[in-house]
Design a protein around this ligand. Sequence first.
Ligand SMILES: Nc1nc2c(ncn2[C@@H]2O[C@H](COP(=O)(O)OP(=O)(O)OP(=O)(O)O)[C@@H](O)[C@H]2O)c(=O)[nH]1
Length: 184
Amino acid sequence: MFPISKLWFMMPTPDLPPKNTIEVDGIKVRIQIWDTAGQERYQTITKQYYRRAQGIFLVYDISSERSYQHIMKWVSDVDEYAPEGVQKILIGNKADEEQKRQVGREQGQQLAKEYGMDFYETSACTNLNIKESFTRLTELVLQAHRKELDGLRIRASNELALAELEEEEGKPEGPANSSKTCWC
Ligand SMILES: Nc1nc2c(ncn2[C@@H]2O[C@H](COP(=O)(O)OP(=O)(O)OP(=O)(O)O)[C@@H](O)[C@H]2O)c(=O)[nH]1
């Protein structure tokens, strides 16, 4: 298990596996999710979450031009308060609300491109791209922590090899591995 943390601005959906575990490249990753309040008056608390985040979803609502405009402010806050190397993905949520759309998909794509982020339109109601976006963010965080991860892998395989060796050495000499098997 490799714990990662992130900020999440939408409601949790049933599409996420139990205990928020995601498997990426055969590695089981347990994610800790923080959903921060979007309102200005909670900003002081929100900023405290940034420090412990390794991955962040910046989420706007496709049916609200205002929420899209807020993204620039979120990005500058994240740049200021989140640790260096934090991974970010831009999300246009409520993609199921097509009839109320105020922000075009291209606008989302364009903004994500400007900030060098991946972009997904999602829906917490229909589960559109929920798993995909979580998996992608997890992947990005793992990639960013590859050195630590490789270190863990090497240590684990060394420990396994050592345990096998110790087990082998500790075996009592039976007929199969004894040089005295032909005495009789
Ligand atoms: N149609 C639709 N409604 C959604 C979706 N995601 C969230 N909602 C609704 O949007 C409203 C706000 O959702 P929240 O999860 O509270 O949004 P938030 O951004 O965390 O809100 P604050 O933390 O108060 O800023 C709720 O009524 C949700 O049911 C979605 O994908 N589609």
